[in-house]
Design a protein around this ligand. Structure first.
Ligand SMILES: Cc1cc2nc3c(=O)[nH]c(=O)nc-3n(C[C@H](O)[C@H](O)[C@H](O)COP(=O)(O)OP(=O)(O)OC[C@H]3O[C@@H](n4cnc5c(N)ncnc54)[C@H](O)[C@@H]3O)c2cc1C
Length: 428
């Protein structure tokens, strides 16, 4: 049992919670972090069962130039690898790989696709989805919409607000921490006063202080930040007393969780399927078709990573871990036929399960079309600022990423520190 008193309570030890805890400690506050799982990192988790680091969740440090985790990773001596420098993606055309000239056409089509999506924005037009704006009918259009929707945004294009899609487009370099993003967060959480295995069940913010309760005990604080996903908020796993304001509940509803599933398959022999380390595998799709994508042999390791996003991921996850492995094999079968059964092992496959995990309930949030303003509403002060929500869904431009979660958590801590200082000054 833990109980007691602190200045600042942090619910959740993912990127946002770790950032909030570190910032609050640096500002001189007393802090307590309560984490439901038996580990820190949240949706960043590095699995080692393939014999090498494999991130089940967050994998890249996107937008490296503005990503606060890049200097922090370097400061703790972790090595970051520029994935973009070695990207070597190939596209399966149904019966053969795309030729170099087709690959150039694909790149050209990508530029045109992005231009068309931007040009579809009309001043004052609310409620457009990415699917409404995405060009159709061109040879590569369906593949590009599939990539930007399910694969990148973890949601179907029709379920993504166009304006939000454009505001949260990631620009800049994508770096890979060699030891994994989950490992990076573990290192950054070292020394924080985290209680693991401590799900908060009730959070009371009716008095001058905030009180968290659960099987772990009771913690009181001058201010608190709750960093759980919108999926967890929507599930009602935390009973807020009084209930969250209507505008916040609406924002939770407007930011449902998308799903990206990952699977790690180990090589069974020396066959590397003629793909170099970091080689990407995509498939050209027709409209309405769904496909997995792959990154092979990262860092020359002997595993391949598969990704399934949006509806495909929810379906596979509903059917269970074996279905996700089957899906990966059936995708690779299209290309390699029976060779893949010899090259890759089914046993020991690692499969993420973020959709049914009660502490995430999805991968990251996508804004429903026409619901602009929800990210701001989600991070607005509650109870005069005693309580705030933070996390990836709260960030205006880096939503869905570790960087956005980190910045949002750190900001919530600074806001709490300012509030607590002003309360102390008043009562002094
Ligand atoms: C498959 C996948 C791939 C991704 N790829 C990338 C990528 O390449 N790059 C990138 O930047 N981002 C990526 N992301 C997104 C990134 O992982 C998230 O944006 C980020 O980790 C969210 O951090 P957070 O702190 O907001 O939330 P979380 O990490 O979810 O942290 C919230 C914490 O709260 C805890 N919690 C939940 N309920 C309770 C409770 N009742 N009491 C106490 N604690 C509770 C949870 O266990 C969790 O630890 C990916 C995500 C997934 C799933």
């Amino acid at each position: 049992m833990v109980s007691g008193d602190c200045d600042f309570l942090v619910v959740g030890a993912g990127a946002a919670g770790i950032a909030a805890g570190r910032e609050a400690l640096a500002l001189g506050l007393t802090v307590r972090v309560l984490e439901a799982r038996g580990r820190v990192g949240g949706r960043a988790c590095t699995d080692l069962s393939l014999g090498a680091p494999f991130d089940l969740g967050a994998t890249w440090l996107h937008a490296a130039q503005s990503n606060p985790l890049v200097p922090l990773a370097e400061a703790v001596g972790l090595s970051l690898f520029d994935h973009d420098a070695v990207r070597d993606s190939r596209v399966w055309m149904g019966d053969r790989w795309a030729t170099p000239s087709e690959a150039r056409d694909y790149e050209e089509a990508e530029r045109a696709w992005h231009l068309a999506v931007r040009q579809a924005v009309r001043p004052g037009a609310r409620g457009m989805s990415l699917a409404d704006a995405a060009p159709r009918g061109g040879f590569w259009d369906a593949s590009l919409t599939h990539w930007e929707g399910p694969v990148i945004s973890a949601a179907e294009a029709r379920d993504i607000d166009l304006g939000d899609y454009l505001s949260t487009l990631l620009v800049g370099t994508n770096l890979l921490p060699r030891e994994g993003c989950g490992h990076l967060l573990e290192v950054l959480a070292a020394g924080l006063p985290v209680t693991l295995g401590a799900p908060v069940e009730r959070l009371a913010w009716d008095g001058r202080r905030v009180r968290a309760e659960g099987l772990f005990g009771t913690i009181e604080a001058g201010a608190a930040v709750v960093t759980v996903s919108t999926g967890v908020l929507a599930s009602g796993a935390i009973r807020f007393e009084p209930g969250l304001p209507e505008a916040v509940l609406q924002a939770v509803h407007d930011l449902p969780m998308g799903l990206l599933g990952k699977v790690g398959l180990r090589a069974s022999g020396e066959d590397r399927l003629d793909i170099p380390p970091f080689g990407g595998i995509e498939r050209r799709v027709e409209e309405g078709e769904r496909a997995m994508t792959f990154v092979a042999w990262p860092f020359g390791r002997d595993h391949i990573q598969g990704f399934a996003g949006g509806a495909l991921a929810w379906e596979a996850e509903r059917e269970g871990e074996a279905a996700m492995v089957d899906l990966a094999f059936s995708e690779l079968h299209r290309i390699y036929g029976g060779r893949v059964d010899k090259a890759l092992r089914r046993d020991g496959a690692v499969v993420s399960g973020w959709g049914h995990d009660p502490w995430s309930r999805g991968a990251y949030a996508a804004l429903r079309p026409g619901r602009g303003g929800a990210r701001e509403a989600l991070s607005a002060p509650i109870g005069g600022g005693r309580l705030r929500l933070a996390g990836e869904a709260c960030h205006a431009s880096l939503a869905g990423t570790l960087a956005g979660a980190w910045l949002s958590g750190a900001q919530a801590a600074r806001q709490a520190a300012a509030l607590l200082r002003s309360v102390r000054d008043l009562s002094a």
